[in-house]
Every structure is written in structure tokens, then in C-alpha cells.
Design a protein around this ligand. Structure first.
Ligand code: OAD
Ligand code: ZN
Length: 263
């Protein structure tokens, strides 16, 4: 593994435009369960995954009922407001500060990259800290609406003050289109980068999993995975190499190496 870490340091230092892609695996060391790992949310409760697949359709059919259910049932990911970033998140922030990493595209809705201070962040599957108008795409802070009051007064769903459209949580549900702005920005970044560092994702959910494939097709991008287990990207040779282990341990070692190299 040490050899691969050295290789990643060399590749990062030699890159002109490195970006990182992250998934739930980078947050497990902050105490947030992933989805498909051994104690993942879907691994433990396959019925919850089936329900999640039906959620968006339910929202479209009856947003009022969807919101009522949402406000009265516990969140799948637990209380994310108290969650704090771990050394993996901070290592990516450090790589951004060093000028090496140009952006992070995350599937995570937990807001931990933001809390760790990343400035150029694309939240591909949205954020639990925000709400979004499904008509005009405008985003709002979670507390911009008094949802409990709306529920008590039978005024759900919340409506967009700009266009009157229906407001949903920003988190992207299965079957829901990726919001146009992050979808196009992410594709642009994937087309532009010459190094892609993929951290803690099983890379099985689309269209996100197309980003590394797109980068691979475009040519000479170096694609590095840091993950507890091999993924389809490893098995199909989309990534050049996998550093197998925990992001909270490997990423800080990479940062250490990069700092020594740029001194
Ligand atoms: P997954 O749970 O599918 O994958 C997490 C990956 O991280 C697995 O391969 C784990 O082995 C690995 N892993 C866990 N802890 C790790 C650690 N400390 N260090 C390194 N690797 C670790 O999560 P995602 O790929 O993010 O979508 O899942 C993608 C999407 O599926 C989510 O955004 C969510 C989910 O359904 C929606 O809700 C739309
Ligand atoms: Zn709107």
C-alpha cells in the first residue's frame, strides 16, 4: 500500500487539474452509515431501499402526503446536524488549499465536505441542509420555511416564493433527475480533469458512475480509487489503480507526501 500511496503523491504533484469524487464511504469514519458496505443502510434493510425507490413517484403523485410522512418519520441517515468531518474530509480540503485539487463532486448529502471547508463543491445528490424548488431549481436553507407550522396549518407542500413551484428536500431521490446545474458542472469537470481521485464509493449508482467512465473515454486522465473494497471501476479497468483501505487513513498520508514533495 505504501508504494501506491507514493504513486498517488507523484501523480497528484504531476497533475494540472485534479478533481475528487466522493461517496458515502468517506463519511463512515464520521459515524454515518454507508449504503452498500457490510453495515450499510441498504445492506441491513433491503425493504428501506425498495421504499426509497418508490419515494419520488410518491412525491410527484402527492407532495402533501410525502411531506407529512417526511416530517413525522425519522431520517434514514440519523441526525446529521451533529456529525463532524473526519481526517479524510480534511485531507481533501488541504489538497484544495495546496492548489492541487480543483473541486470535489460528492454523492453525499451530509454536508461534511462543506463543514470541512471545501470551497469548490458540487453536491451531485443534493444536501440535507437545503430545500429545492422542483420547478425553477432555486435552493433554500433548510430553515427558510417553518415546515412544522405549514404542517399544523395544513399548508404543505411548501411553495417557491419566486415561481410558486413545489418545494422538495434538495436530496435527490431515486428516479429524480440530477439538478441541471450540478449535472452539467460535474460533467464539465470530469471532461476537463487530468486526474480523478475517487474516494469511498461503490460506483454503482448512475448517472454519477458515468463520470469516471466519461473521463476514461476522454483520454489520458489518471483515475485513482481509494476504497475499502474493489468496485466495478476496479474490475473493469476504468481506474488505473485502487488503494484499498480507509479514506480517513490513506488521504492524510497522501497529503503528508504531497506537502513533502512541494516543499
Ligand atoms: P455505497 O454504500 O454504495 O458505497 C460506499 C463504498 O465505500 C463501499 O464500497 C464501501 O466498501 C466503501 N467504504 C466504506 N467505508 C469506507 C472507508 N472508511 N474508507 C474507504 N471506503 C469505505 O455508497 P455510495 O457509493 O455513496 O443515493 O452510494 C451512492 C448512492 O447510493 C448514494 O448517494 C445514495 C445511495 O442510494 C441516493 O440516495 C440517490
Ligand atoms: Zn421556483
Amino acid at each position: 500500500m505504501e508504494k501506491l500511496i507514493e504513486r498517488a503523491v507523484r501523480d497528484l504533484c504531476g497533475s494540472a487539474y485534479a478533481i475528487a469524487l466522493t461517496g458515502a464511504g468517506i463519511s463512515t469514519e464520521s459515524g454515518i452509515a454507508d449504503f452498500r458496505g457490510p453495515s450499510g443502510i441498504w445492506t441491513r434493510d433491503p425493504e428501506a431501499e425498495r421504499r426509497a425507490y418508490r419515494s419520488y413517484e410518491k412525491f410527484l403523485r402527492n407532495p402533501k402526503e410525502w411531506w407529512e410522512e417526511r416530517l413525522t418519520s425519522p431520517s434514514l441517515l440519523g441526525n446529521l446536524e451533529k456529525a463532524v468531518p473526519n481526517p479524510g474530509h480534511y485531507a481533501l480540503t488541504e489538497l484544495e488549499r495546496l492548489g492541487i485539487l480543483k473541486c470535489v463532486i460528492t454523492q453525499n448529502v451530509d454536508g461534511l465536505h462543506q463543514k470541512a471547508g471545501i470551497t469548490n463543491l458540487f453536491e451531485y445528490h443534493g444536501s440535507v441542509l437545503k430545500l429545492r424548488c422542483v420547478s425553477c431549481g432555486l435552493r433554500f436553507a433548510q430553515d427558510a420555511f417553518d415546515l412544522e407550522k405549514l404542517r399544523r396549518e395544513d399548508q404543505l407542500p411548501p411553495r417557491c416564493p419566486k415561481c410558486g413551484g413545489i418545494i422538495k428536500t434538495d436530496g435527490v431521490a431515486f428516479g429524480e433527475p440530477i439538478p441541471g446545474d450540478v449535472a452539467s458542472q460535474s460533467l464539465e469537470e470530469a471532461g476537463k480533469c487530468d486526474l480523478m481521485l475517487i474516494c469511498g464509493t461503490s460506483a454503482v449508482v448512475y448517472p454519477f458512475a458515468n463520470l469516471p467512465r466519461f473521463a476514461r473515454e476522454r483520454g489520458k486522465t489518471i483515475i485513482i480509487e481509494i476504497n475499502a473494497d474493489p468496485t466495478p471501476l476496479t474490475e473493469e479497468g476504468i481506474s488505473d489503480y485502487l488503494i484499498q483501505g480507509k479514506t480517513g487513513e490513506i488521504l492524510p498520508k497522501i497529503v503528508e507526501g504531497v506537502k513533502k514533495a512541494v516543499k
